[in-house]
Design a protein around this ligand. Structure first.
Ligand code: SF4
Length: 334
């Protein structure tokens, strides 16, 4: 539940007293360039990850429409022509023809990221995926490939990663009691692959404003500091990333809050804003301002107030050259 949606909850008496008045809404604010637009593709994946919160809505595909999604992409491009787009699902690579239509709706002023498992199945070969990346090398900024330590997703051959014509990153959710003993073999698996970097991710349904930056009680952070060299921390109100170096391979440990709106009063103008970090285009083409079903007022977003992006380095450290590393770094706090 977002802070935004929480503020929307009103008692019956409040609702009745406002029956003939327009509902007061906070104006939108976002970072320069615009909030990231996350597009939910209109088709499913074949996996059943225990931390997935999207699976259920793919059980009811009524109203799903790639055509309406393209219309919504164009609406968002008209408002913020330099924002980032992320395709997620479901499985963006399960229907390359449909993905191509949606990609073609995005001008090259935008960065485009695709979350995928790189699925290979009876009607789609590794060569098809490679050809798709070659064709779209100027459109795709990075492919985020899900490879969890616990085998929740059906995986294609690691050699496919070496053939992709665009940059890629490995995403790994460290869920509940993840097997710590498997971390080094996991790191070694991708260390062998040229161009690989890894982003470990905290289960975001468990992230709170209190534990987002909590270093002392974060088991994942402690485990990683025994395996790799800590190089720094960046972050903003919504998310943070602890950075590491593993034999020259870049690792990040990413945490993000489970909502995309932060309600905050601006000290300068005294106005309370809904500060948007992510905007969602749902499988039906509907545009939401949060993960909990909050519909976005697109006309209000046309008047969005921009602020400098608050993501910044909070700590920088020199990487050590020996591995494994037992913490005790001296870091510059920025
Ligand atoms: S692959 Fe993605 S969409 Fe599919 S079950 Fe796993 S987390 Fe959910």
């Amino acid at each position: 539940m977002s802070v935004h949606a929480d503020l929307r909850r009103k008692s019956m008496s409040e609702i009745e007293s406002q029956a003939f008045e327009p509902l007061l809404k906070n104006p939108y604010k976002t970072r320069q360039g615009g909030a990231t637009v996350t597009v939910f593709v209109p088709y499913n994946c074949r996996n059943h990850c225990p931390f997935c919160i999207n699976k259920e809505e793919y059980a009811h595909p009524e109203g799903f429409s790639a055509h309406k999604i393209c219309d919504s992409i164009k609406r968002m491009d008209a408002i913020t022509p330099y924002c980032d787009f992320v395709f997620t699902g479901g499985e963006p690579f399960a229907n390359l023809e449909s993905l191509q239509h949606m990609l073609d709706a995005i001008p090259t002023t935008h960065k485009v990221y695709i979350n995928t498992t790189l699925p290979v199945f009876e009607f789609q070969t590794e060569d098809d995926i490679v050809a798709f990346t070659q064709k779209n090398r100027d459109k795709i900024t990075c492919i985020n490939v899900s490879r969890h330590m616990q085998h929740y997703v059906v995986e294609s051959n690691d050699k496919l990663l070496t053939r992709l014509a665009v940059p890629f990153r490995i995403n790994c959710v460290l869920y509940k009691n993840y097997p710590v003993r498997d971390m080094v073999p996991y790191l070694e698996r991708f260390y062998q692959i040229p161009g690989a970097s890894i982003q470990f991710r905290f289960d975001y349904t468990e992230t709170t404003p209190q534990n987002l930056y909590d270093k002392w009680n974060d088991k994942i952070l402690h485990d990683l500091k025994h395996l790799a060299s800590y190089t720094g921390l960046d972050g903003c109100r919504m998310r943070c990333g602890f950075h590491f170096d593993y034999k020259g391979m870049e690792l990040t440990y990413h945490k993000t809050l489970p909502y995309s709106t932060i309600v905050e009063k601006d000290k300068n103008d005294g106005i309370t804003y809904d500060i948007l970090y992510d905007i969602l285009i749902k499988q039906t083409g509907d545009i939401h301002s949060d993960w909990d079903g909050t519909i976005m007022d697109v006309d209000a977003y046309k008047k969005v107030v921009y602020e400098p992006y608050d993501l910044r380095w909070l700590e920088r450290c020199e990487a050590k050259e020996t591995y494994p590393v037992i913490t005790n770094h001296t870091c510059a706090v920025i």
